[in-house]
Design a binder for this molecule. Structure first.
Ligand code: CA
Ligand code: CA
Length: 85
């Protein structure tokens, strides 16, 4: 029954291909929120910037990409650089 095995492998390969394809697409990344919204939500010391201790770790991993001078603070200016308008 080589024909059945061939079909079996073909279908499995196709499913793998499709699931790999959709995984590569990833979850649709929405637009980054406005900095005002971030400040309103996270800026607990009201200094106009966000730092690691103010945001959940997962959010900081994304936010910290904006910290271009590496001082541990993300300012509006830094954020606007990475946020596509
Ligand atoms: Ca702050
Ligand atoms: Ca900074």
């Amino acid at each position: 029954m080589p024909n059945i095995w061939f079909r079996f492998l073909l279908v499995n390969g196709l499913i793998g291909f499709l699931s790999g394809y959709s995984a590569a697409q990833g979850p649709k990344a929405g637009p980054r929120p406005a900095f005002d919204k971030i400040l309103h939500t996270f800026d607990s010391n009201k200094d106009g910037s966000v730092e690691k201790s103010e945001v959940p770790l997962r959010a900081w991993r994304r936010l910290s990409q904006a910290d271009s001078n590496g001082d541990g603070l993300v300012t509006r200016k830094e954020y606007e650089v990475i946020r596509p308008s």
